[in-house]
Design a binder for this molecule. Structure first.
Ligand code: GUN
Length: 283
């Protein structure tokens, strides 16, 4: 049997349609949601991501401000601008695109963003709220994965969920979100012994390692739901995930493709967080 393809473009479009209606309702009250995106340096992938985020804002009726700095900008310059944006009533969300140049301390930058405008959900306060089971702004990629799972009505309670990857941006918050829905969660890392023994136990398998096609069909339980967070280029320059789609699609019950799976949901949840922030500001 071939797996159901979980279509992030379609789920994202549906969510964005609902957001556009909320943006219109805010407009009637004289409020336009505003997102500031800060980009430091020339990382080509970051440029593409930032361009896509700005375009998605425009398409949804969200005002966006792109603040660009050269790679040698000082930390003080960036922190100073974040403080200005914290105080700017037309801005409801602030996002600093990662990675930053090595001379800028990412923890300082994230800590300077006001938690009330932390639409990326990377501030320690936002992550702590998630840990405490009282989520506020949630990191966009794992939040988008939850939207996809819910859209396809994947049951989570009591099921074995395995997350491969432990980043603060994806793996750890993903595990907490699944735990919050009463899944039995295992987090695997690059140090995990016999990774396949863990992944084969997964009813829901989320892979976020940054290693192209590392999860193959023999590592997946028949009927499992497989979510691929990876975006990599293979030797031929093609976009591929962390999951070997061709060998897994005949074993899983559901699978996200790359591209067109989790990727579109990350930006969608950023827009959602920005709209929520604007609604709060509007009272
Ligand atoms: N770099 C890679 N993914 C992300 C993201 O979701 N947000 C930000 N700010 N930087 C990133």
């Amino acid at each position: 049997m071939t797996a159901v393809i979980m279509d992030g473009n379609a789920v994202g479009k549906a969510v964005r349609g609902r957001l556009a209606a909320r943006v219109q309702a805010l407009a009637k009250r004289g409020v336009t949601p505003g997102l500031a995106v800060i980009l430091v340096g020339e990382n080509p992938a970051s440029r593409v991501y930032v361009r896509n985020k700005v375009k998605a804002c425009t398409d949804t009726g969200i005002h966006s401000v792109l603040v660009e700095y050269p790679a040698d900008a000082t930390a003080d310059t960036v922190l100073g601008r974040i403080r200005e944006l914290n105080a700017d009533p037309t801005i409801h969300g602030i996002l600093v695109q990662l990675p930053l140049p090595p001379h800028i301390d990412v923890d300082d930058v994230l800590a300077t963003i006001s938690p009330s405008k932390d639409v990326d959900g990377f501030h320690i306060e936002s992550l702590g709220a998630l840990l405490a089971g009282k989520p506020d702004f949630q990191p966009c990629t794992p939040h988008g994965v939850m939207e996809i799972l819910d859209h396809y009505e994947i049951p989570l309670s009591g099921r074995n969920a395995v997350v491969v990857g432990r980043s603060n941006i994806v793996g750890k918050p993903m595990a907490l979100m699944l735990l919050g829905r009463d899944a039995t969660v295992t987090i695997c890392t690059s140090k995990t012994r016999d990774l396949a023994a863990h992944t084969r136990n997964a009813d829901i398998l989320v892979v976020a390692t940054g290693r192209p096609r590392m999860v193959t069909g023999d590592m997946v339980k028949p009927g499992a739901v497989v979510v691929d967070v990876g975006i990599n280029r293979d030797a031929d320059g093609r976009l591929v995930g962390d999951v070997d789609f061709d060998s897994v699609k005949d074993i899983a019950s559901h699978i996200t493709p790359v591209p067109g799976g989790v990727g579109p949901m990350t930006i969608t949840m950023l827009l959602a967080n920005t709209v929520v922030s604007a609604e709060r500001a509007a009272g």
